[in-house]
Design a protein around this ligand. Sequence first.
Ligand code: HEC
Length: 149
Amino acid sequence: MSKASQYFLKSVMYGLIVCALIQVVPYGRTYTNPPIVREPSWDSPETRAIARRACFDCHSNETIWPWYSRIAPVSWLVRYDVDEGRKELNFSDWQNGAREGERPDKIGREISKGKMPPFQYFPTHPEARLSEAEKRRLIDGLNATALRR
Ligand code: HEC
């Protein structure tokens, strides 16, 4: 075997060992969802349906945890997004505007600027990509929802 292929095989082996070892890190290993405390009084089922599609995985207690979210290091990134997302805005624990991320102007800005959902979410969740019309409907719907407290 040439030196180059020996080196290549060694790298693959070490890579596999590292992948196996990082699986024991406890961070990112809870996939249970906390109970639903209170949802906003949605202005329409359609607003909820679009939010469910595009936002609920990180901004609700109804996160769907796919198989790859259980494998490090992806599990660490997903855990981080869900924890930080829920902290800012949680549609299952709606606090009537007390949370910074519940502010309609903020939500509207994040959606219209294309910052939410974050880009890294799309390759695995193409259904979360909203058309311009759907974005408009979601923004208007969430604005109306925020007024119904
Ligand atoms: C893949 C996870 C994920 C999805 C899906 C997602 N978000 Fe977020 N969101 C986050 C994270 C993480 C943060 C906190 C860090 C940040 O601001 O980037 C956040 C923060 C926010 C904030 C607060 C921003 C601020 O500056 O205070 C708002 C508002 C928000 N998201 C709205 C939405 C809406 C509306 C959707 C659906 C259209 C959505 N997000 C979808 C992960 C997500």
